[in-house]
Design a protein around this ligand. Structure first.
Ligand SMILES: Cc1cc2nc3c(=O)[nH]c(=O)nc-3n(C[C@H](O)[C@H](O)[C@H](O)COP(=O)(O)O)c2cc1C
Length: 199
């Protein structure tokens, strides 16, 4: 059984709504157990991250970057960085903001750099925007066109579940892809360890 953690912060519920759909998509893959953790709890017990094969990070975009509580979580992992204890785990990220662009890319880049500093292996969002295939824009997965990670958009002050159906569909696809990648990576990882002759 592979272990996948979805670690997120959400100030007003939007990122949490997407996190739950990412988790739902991941759970649709057999052999993967999915854990949903708030960044605040994960920050208090970073050794717990060692139990996971993959980590998915979620943060709202606040002023063009990750939120304060999510950055606190990132900084709390410093002790694990010293010996690269997260090396080889799969990682990816998602973010929510209120504007179509809203500088969401900065947030994903910050998560990506964080994962790279830990020696993790980044998995993107390999989905062709479905509006290119005739799906109406609001219903299209990856309608915002983000491959570095998942982006979703909820209007300013909108209820926490006020997402376009395409963003919800995209979140499930993103989670499912990650869970499938865990199985693929496990196979490759085992083969690589045998080649290196290490446990
Ligand atoms: C302090 C703060 C800064 C924000 N900065 C941005 C921003 O840079 N770009 C943007 O599009 N939306 C921005 N927003 C809007 C949020 O990204 C948006 O409301 C998001 O859905 C919040 O997610 P949450 O409910 O999970 O906290 C900001 C909101 C707050 C509270």
């Amino acid at each position: 059984m592979k272990q996948l953690a979805v670690i997120y912060h959400s100030g007003h519920g939007h990122t949490e709504h997407i996190a739950l759909h990412v988790a739902e998509g991941a759970r649709s893959v057999a052999g993967v157990q999915v854990h949903v953790l708030k960044a605040e709890e994960a920050a208090r017990a970073t050794e717990g991250l060692l139990a996971f094969d993959g980590l998915v990070f979620g943060s709202p975009t606040y002023l063009g970057g990750v939120s304060g509580p999510f950055k606190t979580f990132m900084d709390a992992t410093g002790k694990l960085w010293r010996d690269l204890r997260l090396k080889g785990k799969l990682a990816s990220g998602f973010t929510v903001s209120s504007l179509p662009a809203g500088d969401k890319q900065s947030t994903l880049l910050s998560m990506f750099t964080f994962a790279m500093q830990h020696g993790m292996v980044w998995v993107g969002n390999a989905v062709i925007p479905e509006q290119h295939r005739g799906v109406p824009y609001e219903e299209a997965a990856n309608r915002l066109g983000s491959w570095s990670g998942l982006m979703a958009q909820a209007g300013h002050s909108a209820p926490a579940d006020a997402f376009a159906p395409g963003d919800i569909k995209g979140a499930k696809m993103f989670g499912r892809n990650l869970a499938q990648a865990l199985h693929r990576w496990a196979g490759e990882h085992e083969a690589a360890k045998q080649l290196e002759g290490v446990e």
